[in-house]
Structure formats: structure tokens, C-alpha cells
Design a protein around this ligand. Structure first.
Ligand SMILES: Nc1ncnc2c1ncn2[C@@H]1O[C@H](COP(=O)(O)OP(=O)(O)OP(=O)(O)O)[C@@H](O)[C@H]1O
Ligand SMILES: [Mg+2]
Length: 578
């Protein structure tokens, strides 16, 4: 982990060096300012000619101005480096997430993922600004202060070195020991609280319906208290550590002063140097004191960055071919499944089991079967969202694995079962599929999806907002908007997963008829529960527990005993009652 973070920061090494140099210069200027000022006051008390003081006066001015300028430069450079490192890391997290979506992400709760992407990633910024720069500065400045004291009064240098080591090394290490467990639990506790908030907000209606709001609130409250307890404990440790370090600073300064006074009495040290030695000791602690909170931040950053790296290390469910990818398929597209099986990670049985399917250009196939029989999984496999665990998907005769996933989805795509609507207008939701589409194109697609009349009846028409996740439209309207979007994308092979779900039987059957009419001549796979109109498709595939148990045309399947005939008879009363 250390190596990977170092690798990330190495790209910004130049800026980091500038930041550290500026920070060291700031603290050295402060040290020199205090030393020179102390000497100036002590010497002035002896009332020498002004000329004897002029160099020190210039020094005080220069160091005072320099300190401000250096501090400004340090802030600029360290934040520049930190924000760049943050941008790099965030980019990598996004890059890792894209191939994980949509089938690799369920391993994470969405709010947890959000915490990892947003707040945990920011730990790298803290690492630079609050850990890396302060620690390097403290080491250099402490070294210079001890070196200077050694030249002037070696015994004071020994005491100062011991004090600095105590405040900058021993106290922080004790703190690490005390706070390690707490710090490791902080980031997960924050994610936990975020998860409760998301559940409360997104599930508020369901919670209210089932009278579970109070329980859910209590749980969120408890998560909040757990986090608060951890944070209080952390704050207490940091405060105690800070106080201990300051105590060491005070005691060391007093001890150095006593030594300096003793040396002066022995004649080993000039009187004017006594305040210089004492104040240099005092100021040498200034960059060392922030090491206590720095260590705290380091612990937290480590656990946060570990969570980020876990996302980066999640293997994508589908391996991309990389440089050896075949060029995107063009012309008429034919697809064939040869003995395709899919097993989800951790599952003991195949969700799709040895399926063969032939999709020559223009062929239309309907997939029917009980819930959980593997219909959506089959479509996900065609879109290369998941990899077959056995068998091959052939695209224009070549193994689909040799194509870039995005190239595959450019020719094989459609509407998924849980299609997402964006929090924007109907127009923009449709244009996701084809940004150049004109309003006429949009209305034509809406017409096929049987939504045109509804959209035209809305006061804002195509500009109507659909709300977050389509929350301001009905379930059936949401499904049909997704369908219109898929039709607009106009891919050579269109996949439709339950396009009539959520509709009343009559609308569903009308929509199915429209769909089958509008996809004539286009390669289509439609997953459906409704059998009406399926006499129009070339092949019906009946699935059960991942396997194809029957296949043929409607006429063939209705004529023989079997699951399709059962389904057909089961759907008759619904048809007859209309
Ligand atoms: N992401 C997943 N991880 C693990 N198992 C999954 C996942 N998605 C689906 N499954 C399992 O795979 C099997 C097939 O699911 P699939 O969604 O393909 O069924 P389906 O035929 O589309 O059902 P429905 O008609 O309800 O949409 C089910 O047993 C389901 O529990
Ligand atoms: Mg499904």
C-alpha cells in the first residue's frame, strides 16, 4: 500500500519538493527571526552604537517578511500538489468503477461506494498537506535548531534534542498505539452512517408504509452515536498528545534556559546569547507540535486509502481485450451463443446453463420463462456485462471477448429490466441514446413506445422533468421511456427485457404488437411474460432454471404438451376476460 501511494505521489514529486522547501524555509525564517530578535533586544540593552545593531535589524525585517512570503508559497505549492494527486487518484477510481458497473458493483452498497469515492479519496490530500509536508519540515528544522545549539552550547543541544525526540517521536508513537484501533474504525463508521442516511431517504415511503420509520431512525441514531464516540475518543487522544508535547516544549525551554544561565555564570556563554539559545529552543518545537495531529491523520488516511485501494483492486467482471482488440463490428451483425453458461461469483449453480442461440441479421427471438430462470442474465451476457463461465458468444464469427465491451454494446443494446431515468427532462433522458436526435425523432420513438399522446398532453411536453430515478412518472411510463430510449439508439441488435412490465394487460398487448411491428427486419431478443403476439417472432425460447427447455415457433410450441402450452393456457383467462 505504501508503495502504491508513493507511486501516486511520485508523479507530483517536483511540486512536493517545492512545498517542503517552502515549508522548511518558513519555519527556518521563524527560527532565525526569533533568534535575531532575541539577540537584538539583549544587545540593545547594552546600548552599543547603532551601527553594531544594523545588521540584526535588517535580519529581523528580512526574516519577518520572508516568513510570510514562504508560508504563502508553501500553502500554494502543497495544495497544488495535494489537489493534483487527488485528481489523479479520483480519476483512477472512476476508471476502475466503469468496468465494474453494472454487474461488479453490487459487492458494495451504493452509499459506501460514494463515501469511498468522495471522502476516502480525499485522504490523499490530508496525507500531503497534513502529514508529508509537516513531517519533513519538522525533521529538517529540528536538525538545524539542534545543530545551532550544539555550536553555541553543546549541553543545551543535548537537552533540546532529547525534548524534540520526546515531543516529535515518543508522544506520537504512544498516540499511534492508543488510537490505532479507533482510527481504523472511523472510515467504516462514517460509511455506515451514510448508508443509514441513504436507506432512510430512499426508503422513506416503504418505511412509513410498514411503520418501521422509528426503528430505522433508532438504528441511524445508534450508528451516529458510535461514530461520535469514536470521534470523541480520537479527539481526546489527540488533545492529550498535544498537551503532552506542549508540556515537553515548556520543560525543555526552561531546562535550556537554566543551562544557558549556568554557562553564562561560568563565562562559557556571552550574556546576549542566553535569550537566543532559550528562544531558539522554544521555537524549534513549533514545527514539531503538529506531528501529534499529523500522526492521527496518518492513521485515518491509511484506513481510508485502504478502502480506496480495495475498489481499485476489485477485479472487473469482464476482462477487456486491451490493445489486441478487434475493430468494432460493422455491417450486418450476427450473433451466436454456443453452449453458454454463466455462474455468478459465489453461486453454486449456473444462472444460465448451456444455452445455444442463433441471431442472424433480422431474426427475432422471444425468451420466456419463470422468474429467476436466467433471462436477464442471458441478455447481460450478450451485452458483455458478464463473462460466460463456459461456452462462447460469437459476434460476426469471432469470440465476443476479442471485442472491446463498448464496441459490443454499440451494436447490441436495449432496455434493461431496471433501466435508470436521469433527473432531467424527458428530452434529455431520451437523447442519452442519440444526442443528435431531433424532436421528431424523439416523438417517433415515443409513438412506438405508446407514450406520444401522454407526452403531448403534458404542459411542458418534452421538457417535463421526470424526477430522480424517474420518481415523478409511473412505473409503466418509466419503463416505456426507457424503451423509447432504446428504440432511439437504433442498434443493429436490440435487446428488450420485459418491455411491457407494469402495464395493464390491454396496453401491454398493444405495446407488444407495436414493438413487434416496429422491430420487423431488425435482429431482436425480447424477454417477456406476455405471450400475446409472439406468433410474429421467428423463435421462442422457453427457459427454466437456466436451461432452454423448449424452443420453436408459437404454432409449434402451442401444439405440443409442455411448459409453453401451460403458459399459454394460463394466460388465456386474462385474454378472455378483456
Ligand atoms: N448479480 C447477481 N449476482 C448473483 N446472482 C444473481 C445476480 N443476478 C441474478 N442472479 C441470480 O441468477 C438467476 C437468474 O436471474 P435472472 O435475473 O437472469 O432471472 P430472470 O429470468 O431475468 O428473472 P425475472 O423474470 O424475475 O427478471 C437467479 O437465481 C438470480 O438470483
Ligand atoms: Mg429478468
Amino acid at each position: 500500500m505504501v508503495r502504491r501511494i508513493a507511486g501516486l505521489l511520485r508523479a507530483h514529486l517536483g511540486r512536493l519538493l517545492v512545498a517542503v522547501s517552502a515549508s522548511v524555509a518558513t519555519e527556518l525564517a521563524a527560527l532565525a527571526l526569533m533568534g535575531t530578535a532575541a539577540w537584538l533586544l539583549a544587545r540593545a540593552a547594552e546600548q552599543p552604537p547603532l551601527a553594531a545593531l544594523s545588521l540584526a535589524i535588517v535580519g529581523v525585517r528580512a526574516f519577518a517578511t520572508g516568513r510570510g512570503v514562504f508560508r504563502y508559497a508553501e500553502r500554494l505549492a502543497s495544495h497544488d500538489a495535494a489537489l493534483r494527486a487527488l485528481a489523479t487518484l479520483r480519476g483512477r477510481v472512476y476508471d476502475a468503477l466503469v468496468p465494474l458497473a453494472p454487474s461488479g458493483l453490487p459487492a458494495y452498497r451504493s452509499s459506501d461506494l460514494l463515501s469511498r469515492m468522495v471522502s476516502d479519496v480525499e485522504a490523499v490530500q490530508d496525507l500531503v498537506v497534513r502529514v508529508l509536508v509537516p513531517v519533513s519540515t519538522a525533521v529538517v528544522v529540528a536538525g538545524v535548531a539542534v545543530g545551532f545549539s550544539a555550536l553555541v552550547l553543546p549541553s543545551a543541544a543535548v537537552v533540546l534534542a532529547a525534548g524534540l525526540a520526546l515531543a516529535g517521536l515518543v508522544v506520537p508513537l504512544l498516540m499511534v498505539a492508543a488510537a490505532r484501533r479507533t482510527a481504523r474504525r472511523l472510515a467504516p463508521a462514517r460509511a455506515e452512517l451514510a448508508a443509514h442516511h441513504t436507506d432512510l431517504l430512499q426508503g422513506s415511503a416503504d418505511l412509513a408504509v410498514f411503520g418501521a420509520t422509528a426503528t430505522a431512525l433508532d438504528e441511524a441514531e445508534r450508528a451516529s452515536e458510535r461514530l461520535a464516540r469514536l470521534e470523541r475518543r480520537t479527539a481526546l487522544t489527540t488533545a492529550l498528545g498535544g498537551a503532552a508535547a506542549m508540556l515537553v516544549q515548556g520543560v525543555t525551554t526552561v531546562a535550556v534556559t537554566v543551562l544557558a544561565l549556568g554557562a553564562r555564570a561560568d563565562g562559557g556563554l556571552a550574556g546576549v546569547m542566553v535569550p537566543v539559545v532559550a528562544l531558539v529552543a522554544l521555537i524549534a518545537f513549533e514545527p514539531v507540535l503538529p506531528l501529534v495531529p499529523a500522526v492521527q491523520r496518518l492513521l485515518e488516511a491509511r484506513s481510508a486509502l485502504r478502502r480506496v485501494l480495495a475498489v481499485l483492486d476489485t477485479p472487473p467482471p469482464v476482462a477487456e481485450p486491451g490493445d489486441g482488440a478487434l475493430p468494432a463490428p460493422s455491417g450486418p451483425v450476427s450473433v451466436a451463443l454456443r453452449g453458454v453458461s454463466v455462474r455468478y461469483p459465489g453461486a453454486t449453480i449456473d444462472a444460465v446453463d448451456g444455452v445455444d442461440l442463433s441471431l442472424t441479421p433480422g431474426r427475432r427471438v422471444a425468451v420466456v420463462g419463470a422468474s429467476g430462470s436466467g433471462k436477464s442474465t442471458l441478455l447481460a451476457c450478450l451485452m458483455r456485462f458478464i463473462e460466460p463461465s463456459a461456452g462462447t458468444v460469437l459476434l460476426n464469427g469471432a469470440d465476443a471477448r476479442r471485442y472491446d465491451g463498448d464496441d459490443v454494446r454499440a451494436v447490441i443494446t436495449g432496455v434493461t429490466q431496471d433501466a435508470h431515468l436521469f433527473h432531467t427532462s424527458i428530452r434529455e433522458n431520451l437523447r442519452v441514446a442519440r444526442p443528435s436526435a431531433s424532436d421528431d425523432d424523439l416523438l417517433a420513438a415515443l409513438q412506438t413506445a405508446r407514450l406520444r399522446d401522454w407526452v403531448e398532453s403534458l404542459p411542458a411536453g418534452l421538457d417535463t422533468m421526470v424526477g430522480e430515478s424517474g420518481g415523478q412518472v409511473s412505473g409503466g411510463q418509466r419503463q416505456r421511456l426507457a424503451l423509447a430510449r432504446a428504440l432511439l439508439a437504433d442498434p443493429p441488435v436490440v435487446l428488450l427485457d420485459e418491455p411491457t412490465e407494469g402495464l395493464d394487460p390491454r396496453t401491454a398487448d398493444d405495446l407488444m404488437t407495436d414493438l413487434l411491428a416496429s422491430t420487423r427486419g431488425r435482429t431482436t431478443v425480447v424477454v417477456t411474460h406476455r405471450l400475446a403476439g409472439l406468433d410474429a417472432v421467428d423463435e421462442i425460447v422457453v427457459m427454466d432454471a437456466g436451461r432452454v427447455v423448449q424452443r420453436g415457433t408459437h404454432a409449434e410450441l402451442v401444439a405440443v404438451d409442455g411448459p409453453y402450452q401451460d403458459l399459454w393456457w394460463a394466460s388465456r383467462p386474462a385474454l378472455a376476460s378483456e
